[in-house]
Design a protein around this ligand. Structure first.
Ligand code: ADP
Length: 458
C-alpha cells in the first residue's frame, strides 16, 4: 500500500476513533439525562399518590389528586401500586408480577433511590412516612417522548459518523496527495536518469525544506556517480583498446606459425593453444569495449535492417571461432513465413556480440553439451531462443545476472568475468528488446531474446 493511502487511512482511523468516543459520550450522557428527568417526574407523581393515600379525610386526598391532575397530568401508561403496613400478601403478589430485582426493594427499605428500567418502561419505588404511618408506592410509566428523542439522537450520531468519515478520508487523501506531490516529482525525475543521461539533474524547488535537502542530496550523489562512471568507463575503454592491438598481433603470429610446414607436433599444439586463448582474450577485450560504449553515452552506431536468421548464422560463425568443437544447432523450423516478421532494425556487430556471448555461455556452462538456437516470431517481436542443458542458475541469483561482474555461486569451475550478460542486456535494450531467462539448476537454461520486428513498426 502506498504511504499516501496509508496516511489517509491512519488519519481516518484516528479521527473515527475520536468521533466514536465523542458519540458514545454524547449518547450515554444524553440518554442518562433524559431518563433521570423522567424518573424524577415519575417520583414526584408517586410521592403525591403516596401522600394522598396517607390522608385520613377523603377531601384532603382529593386535593392531592386534584393537584396532580391539574399541574402534572398523566404520563403514558402511568400505573401506581400502594402497599400499606401489613399488606404482606399484596406485596408478595406485586413482587412476583413486576420485573424489579431484589436490590430495587432493598433500596426502598433503605430509603435510597429505587429506579429500574425494562422493556421501555421506567419503574420507581418510594417509602413514605407520615404521622407514624408508612406506605410503599411502586410506580411505572413509559417515556414515549424521551425514547423517541434518544432514538433520534442515535440515528443522528450514526449518520453524522459516516458523513464525517467520508469527509475525513477525502480530505486526508487530498492532503496526503498534496504532501507527496514534490516526492512524486523527484521519483519521476530520478526514474528518467540512467547511465545514458547521468549529466541530468533534479530541479530544485527552492522551498528551503526537507524536499529541497533531498533534491540537493540526490544531485550531489549524481555528481559523484557521474565522475565515477566516467573514470570507470574511460579506464575500461582505454584498457580494452590497448589490449586489442597486441592481441591481434599475437593471434596473427600464431596463425602464421600454424601455417609453417614441417612444424614439430608439440610446437604446433602450443601455437594452437596460443591462437585459441588469444581469440578468447580478443573476444573479452571487444566485449569490454562494447560494454563501456553501450553502457554510457558512447558511439553512434550504424543501424540497418537485419534478418534474424542471418544474424544467428553470423553468431554461429563467431562461436565456431572461439569454440571450434561446439555443438550448437540452429532450428529453422519455426521461421515465420512473413519475411517482415524476421527483419529487425539494428546494429549487426552489436547484436552479434550480444547473442554470441549468450551462446558462448550456454556452451561453457553445459560443458559443451548440445545447445539449440530456435528462431521464431510473434505479432510484435522476432524471438531467438538459446537453450542449453547445463548447470543452470540458482533461483535467487537470476535477478542479478545482468549486474556487471556478477557471477553465480555455482560457477567456480568455470572461467569468466561477469561482463558478457550485462553487455548483451545493454545491447538488446538499445534495440528496444528484452531478454527472458528460464533456468533450473542441474537441468539447463533458456534465454529468449525478443527484438521488435519491422512488421510491428508499420
Ligand atoms: P561470465 O563471464 O561469468 O560467464 P556473464 O556476464 O556472461 O559472465 O554471465 C553472468 C553469470 O550468469 C555467469 O557467471 C553465470 O553464473 C550465469 N550464466 C549466464 N549464462 C548461463 C548459462 N547458460 N547457464 C548457467 N549460468 C549462466
Amino acid at each position: 500500500m502506498k504511504i499516501q493511502t496509508k496516511i489517509a487511512l491512519i488519519f481516518t482511523i484516528l479521527t473515527s476513533g475520536i468521533i466514536v468516543a465523542l458519540s458514545v459520550f454524547i449518547y450515554t450522557f444524553g440518554s442518562e439525562s433524559v431518563s433521570n428527568s423522567f424518573y424524577h417526574r415519575l417520583e414526584v407523581r408517586a410521592d403525591i399518590i403516596g401522600h394522598a393515600a396517607l390522608q385520613k379525610s377523603k377531601s384532603t386526598t382529593s386535593i392531592y389528586y386534584d393537584i396532580k391532575e391539574r399541574h402534572l397530568g398523566d404520563l403514558p401508561f402511568e400505573q401506581h401500586h400502594i402497599i400499606k403496613n401489613g399488606e404482606i400478601e399484596k406485596a408478595k403478589q406485586l413482587k412476583e408480577r413486576l420485573p424489579m430485582p431484589p436490590a430495587f426493594y432493598d433500596n426502598i427499605v433503605r430509603k435510597e433511590p429505587a429506579r429500574f428500567f425494562k422493556n421501555d418502561t421506567s419503574y420507581v419505588g418510594l417509602n413514605i412516612n407520615q404521622a407514624g404511618k408508612t406506605i410503599i408506592v411502586l410506580s411505572s410509566a413509559v417515556d414515549l417522548y424521551g425514547l423517541e428523542e434518544i432514538e433520534n439522537l442515535k440515528k443522528l450520531l450514526i449518520v453524522g459518523f459516516f458523513i464525517s468519515m467520508i469527509f475525513v478520508f477525502t480530505f486526508g487523501k487530498l492532503f496526503s496527495t498534496q504532501v507527496f506531490n514534490p516526492i512524486r516529482r523527484i521519483i519521476r525525475n530520478v526514474k528518467g536518469i540512467s547511465a545514458h543521461n547521468l549529466h541530468q539533474r533534479l530541479d530544485v524547488a527552492g522551498s528551503n525544506d526537507e524536499i529541497d535537502d533531498l533534491t540537493h542530496t540526490f544531485n550531489d550523489m549524481l555528481n559523484r556517480l557521474e565522475i565515477t562512471f566516467e573514470i570507470q568507463n574511460n579506464f575500461v575503454s582505454n584498457a580494452s583498446h590497448e589490449f586489442r592491438t597486441p592481441l591481434t598481433v599475437i593471434s596473427g603470429e600464431a596463425q602464421l606459425g600454424l601455417s609453417v610446414e614441417g612444424m614439430p607436433a608439440a610446437a604446433k599444439s602450443s601455437f594452437e593453444v596460443i591462437y585459441k586463448e588469444a581469440g578468447k582474450l580478443e573476444h573479452l577485450a571487444n566485449s569490454m569495449l562494447k560494454l563501456a560504449q553501450t553502457g554510457f553515452d558512447g558511439t553512434k552506431e550504424q543501424w540497418s535492417p537485419i534478418r534474424v536468421d542471418e544474424l544467428v548464422l553470423s553468431v554461429k560463425e563467431a562461436v565456431d571461432k572461439i569454440i571450434p568443437d561446439n555443438r550448437v544447432e540452429i532450428d529453422f523450423n519455426h521461421l515465420p513465413e512473413d519475411e517482415a516478421k524476421l527483419t529487425i532494425n539494428g546494429n549487426q556487430t552489436l547484436l552479434t556480440a550480444a547473442l554470441s556471448n549468450i551462446v558462448l555461455n550456454s556452451c561453457k556452462y553445459s560443458d559443451n553439451k548440445p545447445v539449440n538456437i530456435i528462431i521464431s516470431s510473434d505479432e510484435t517481436h522476432s524471438i531467438v531462443e538459446i537453450e542449453d542443458f547445463g548447470i543452470g542458475i540458482p533461483d535467487r541469483e537470476i535477478a542479478q545476472i545482468y549486474v556487471p561482474f556478477f557471477r553465480a555461486s555455482n560457477t567456480e569451475r568455470y572461467k569468466g568475468f561477469g561482463i558478457g550478460l550485462p553487455l548483451a542486456n545493454n545491447i538488446v535494450k538499445k534495440h528496444n528488446g528484452t531478454i527472458a531467462v528460464d533456468s533450473q539448476v542441474g537441468a539447463g537454461t533458456s534465454f529468449k531474446i525478443f527484438l521488435p520486428h519491422s512488421k510491428a513498426a508499420f
